[in-house]
Write a protein that binds this ligand. Sequence first.
Ligand code: BGP
Length: 478
Amino acid sequence: MAEDIREFPPNFLWGGAVAAHQLEGAYQEGGKGLSIADLFTLGSKDQPRKITSTIEDDKYYYPNHQAIDFYHHYPEDIKLLAEMGFKCFRTSIAWSRIFPNGDETEPNEAGLKFYDDLFDECLKYGIEPVVTLSHFEIPLHLVQEYGGWRDRRMIEFFLRLAEVCFKRYHHKVKYWMTFNEINNQTNFETAGHLYTNSGIIPTAGENREKLMYQAAHYELVASAQAVTLGHDIDPDLQIGSMIAMCPIYPLTSKPEDILFTQRAMQTRYWFSDVHANGFYPEWLLKFFEKKHFDMDITTADLAALQVGTVDYIGFSYYMSFTTKYAGHEDFNEEYDLVENPYVKASEWGWQIDPVGLRYALNWFTDRYHLPLFVVENGLGAVDQLTEDHKVHDDYRIKYMHDHITQMKKAVLDDGVDLMGYTPWGCIDLVSAGTGEMSKRYGMIYVDEDDHGNGSLNRYRKDSFYWFKNVIATNGAEL
Ligand code: BGP
């Protein structure tokens, strides 16, 4: 089939995405406090990362402590991203750099200065920073003292972070997101998700599902209030949600499968319903009733949700899911997913499905009629660095080619309003799921192994040159 040589709309934000704790390192420099990400040990495909509450250096390796040492390498790294032609760069603010314990009233100036310098470095090359306020890096103290987002007081602490950041950076940063992949905790059975999203460690016998819904409610209220606050500080700010989008397909056309899939989608995406519509969907209120969840939702909360709706929907897209009727009414993400016979999976079992991205873009548009932003996408793979420092990552180029092709159809044929595309881990970084360096997404290779050994030198992969041309031709040449 002939290549589609049409361009993306002018001002399309091509770029890449990272998160503070996965690349900065320097975990105790500049007055930074500990965050939950600093207490995560190295894991693997088959071995979940261990959540520890103190640092036991001899026993474990903590990949986030050094990460790729972006804290000291950022001028060199931003220069490389500029060489690729980036129009934007998505990163997050490490909350514990700004408020080391999370509950102080005065921010840490050294932390604020680091992001000032980083954003200035981006702007020097005309790269627009895109910033997530909370990306799996809650200050540890908030977990130990308050139990994370199980406590309503977290709203106040988060708003303090939001206010300080909006006031300090609004002249430099226009695009913001509140909580990274807020809906990832739908899989509340997996300890890691509740912890990374909400800083919650359930005690034996506690109802995890209830905990998740309550924490998510506080986060959504905090998010809505942050949107309102941001707009008060500067009406030009664009503040979005960040949803982990894995569209869920029915395995067959059996009506029970279709109905169950609808519930699965409702269960995974009610978060963006609240973000965008400003109210709880009807089915979920019934669900709380049915489950006898005595939720702490006040009238003031509901009013805040209604006022602070998001400006756009940012989302990550890596894969699609498939389900079938499991003989019960409510969808449980841990148990109710099945293999899709039509798509192949990555080495880490993620079902690769470019068409699903076009589906997702249309689905969000039909549901919310808001601008969209693909803020993560990519293939985690093991790369080989050749002796002459090359990485021939044609598999990554193919993945991106196929996804951008579908994105192009969504924009140019279906009329989706898409702001930009920031592939994940544009420079190699620590995997959030496993802590490995060897699960790489980047177009820039970082010489470092899973245990932090290596020169930390940066090398351009084949995908670097390929993506550079994609940006230069505004997506005409893929
Ligand atoms: C998303 C997270 C990122 C990122 C990415 C890839 O869920 O927002 O932080 O890491 O997935 O996942 P992993 O690192 O586990 O391969």
